[in-house]
Ligand binder design. Structure first.
Ligand code: CUA
Length: 349
């Protein structure tokens, strides 16, 4: 027995000396690096996400402590049993052991975590300052309708698949669904909240630093659930106000002949039955508002970068990129026509 133990210790020592340590160090670095990013609740960019991340780290370290304790006890029990195989512990000490480590300790740990959890939830109920901007987000299969209103917006207008917020100002969020249950989740800014048909769920978000944060639908909602993402762009308040004023305006009339042709084709092909471009006869409400689509970072609800090429690809082949979405593949256009429409949409800044 002693020989076996010595052998295990020796092989562990040699392994630690010969490379396990660098591997462990690299592994830990990789694990910690995985906490960073545009879509990580462990890389918070707002007070809500910070509170949630704090709670997560408390739970993590507490779980690590419990795990270490259990492992130590297990090792101790193993070694002790080997040493004194003929002499089992008394019933009384066994009962005491189970009482302390099986009932009292877990009860204290879980009660502590419950209190912490309730405190976190309570702290998230209301923002520190009143909100002046309301963003209503409606989940649809498989994209996001976005509507700005409130004192700061000055008027009500729609956009899609991208949300812009001012840094340092809390924003009221109203979440709705037009079909099935979706869930709105931008991990760097907040926890997730369901979007339930027939109901409006309210919460608030605030970004503490400028940046681009990715979010996605966090509730299975059909075939393309995995392709239902969005971006939250947090801007300095002055830049945000300029953007908001511009975003509320109707689309500019195109000046170049190619863009004029793109607009004419867009309207003649029936795109306006589903899409709105404010300031034109296109007033459809079934699909994303395209009034300022050229200023968005992505198309197809966060799945492709927004360029003329991807726009053309999406128009011609939406059913291959996102099968079963409501956007048909318009494969009837000649190359030049397709490029003209894409160029017109790209020009809608
Ligand atoms: Cu919408 Cu999943």
């Amino acid at each position: 027995m002693k020989d076996t133990r010595a052998m295990v210790v020796r092989s562990l020592q040699s392994a630690l000396g010969s490379g396990v340590r660098p591997i462990c160090t690299a592994g830990t670095a990789l694990l910690l690096a995985a906490c960073k990013g545009v879509q990580s609740s462990l890389d918070p960019a707002g007070p809500r996400a910070e509170r949630i991340a704090d709670l997560w780290w408390v739970m993590f370290w507490l779980s690590m402590a419990v795990w270490a304790l259990v492992s130590l006890l297990l090792a101790y029990a193993y070694l002790r049993a080997r040493r004194r195989s003929g002499n089992p512990p008394s019933d009384r000490s066994l009962i005491q052991f189970v009482l302390w480590f099986g009932a009292i300790l877990p009860a204290v740990v879980l009660a502590g975590l419950t209190v912490l959890d309730v405190m976190t939830t309570k702290a998230l109920l209301r923002p520190a300052r009143p909100t002046k901007l309301t963003i209503e987000v409606t989940g649809l299969q498989w994209w996001w309708r976005v509507q700005y209103s409130g004192a700061e917006a000055n008027r009500t207008f729609r956009a899609a698949n991208e949300i812009r917020v001012p840094v340092g100002r809390p924003v009221e969020m109203r979440l709705k669904s037009a079909d099935v249950i979706h869930s709105f989740w931008a991990p760097a800014l907040s926890g997730k909240l369901d979007m339930i048909p027939g109901k409006t769920n309210r919460f608030w978000i605030e970004a503490t630093k400028p940046g681009i944060y990715r979010g996605q639908c966090a509730e299975y909602c059909g075939a393309e659930h995995a392709l239902m993402a969005f971006y939250v762009v947090a801007m300095e308040p002055e830049a945000f106000e300029v953007w908001l004023e511009k975003e509320a305006q109707p689309a500019l009339e195109p000046a170049l002949p190619r863009l004029k042709r793109g607009k004419a084709l867009f309207l003649a092909s029936g795109c306006g039955a589903c899409h709105t471009v404010r300031g034109t006869p296109a007033e459809g409400l079934n699909g994303p508002d395209l009034t300022h689509i050229g200023s968005r970072m992505s198309i197809g609800a966060g799945i492709l970068p927004n360029t003329q090429a991807t726009l053309a690809g999406w128009i011609a082949s939406a059913q291959h990129i996102k099968p079963e979405s409501r956007m048909p593949s318009f494969d009837v256009f000649e190359g030049e026509d397709l490029r003209a429409i894409a160029a017109y949409l790209e020009s809608l800044k």
